[in-house]
Design a protein around this ligand. Structure first.
Ligand code: 5GP
Length: 121
């Protein structure tokens, strides 16, 4: 899938739309989800035009891949989730209900998070 420069996270990265920032470095930006699904629900996005984890890991420079993953860990630590636990998740494509076509990792925490996937029956 081609990258859409007008997706909402691209606009956040360009500063055209505000966000509640929790962390930023040269590789990544982290901010609170606008519609939180848990007491802690933060999104971490790489500073680059990548649609999904597959796109990112295939095409991003190694320094950015490492920097982005380190940022996810740094944010989880900054949010003090290590002791109680947390979940990281990245949706890609239709079956996963990816809404925004810019790679993002969700970090959830602050309560017991239940089963990994919703049961369908
Ligand atoms: P996805 O389903 O693509 O994995 O998740 C997209 C997430 O982005 C959703 O949890 C949604 O609430 C969040 N989101 C969508 N638009 C915005 C926005 O403008 N600002 C913020 N902070 N989050 C957004």
């Amino acid at each position: 899938m081609a990258y859409d420069k007008n997706n909402v996270f691209a606009k956040i990265l360009r500063g055209e739309i505000p966000c509640k920032k929790v962390y930023e470095d040269e590789h990544a930006l982290a901010f609170h989800d606008i519609n939180p699904q848990a007491p802690v629900h933060v999104l971490v996005i790489p500073k680059g035009e990548y649609v999904s984890m597959m796109d990112f890991t295939a095409h991003a420079p190694a320094e950015l891949v490492v920097g982005f993953l380190r940022a996810v860990g740094t944010v989880a630590r900054q949010l003090e989730l290590e002791k109680t636990g947390y979940r990281v998740l990245a949706n890609a494509g239709a079956n996963a209900h990816q809404e925004v076509p810019h790679l993002h990792i969700h970090i959830f925490g602050g309560r017991p998070l239940g089963p990994m996937l919703v049961r369908q029956h």
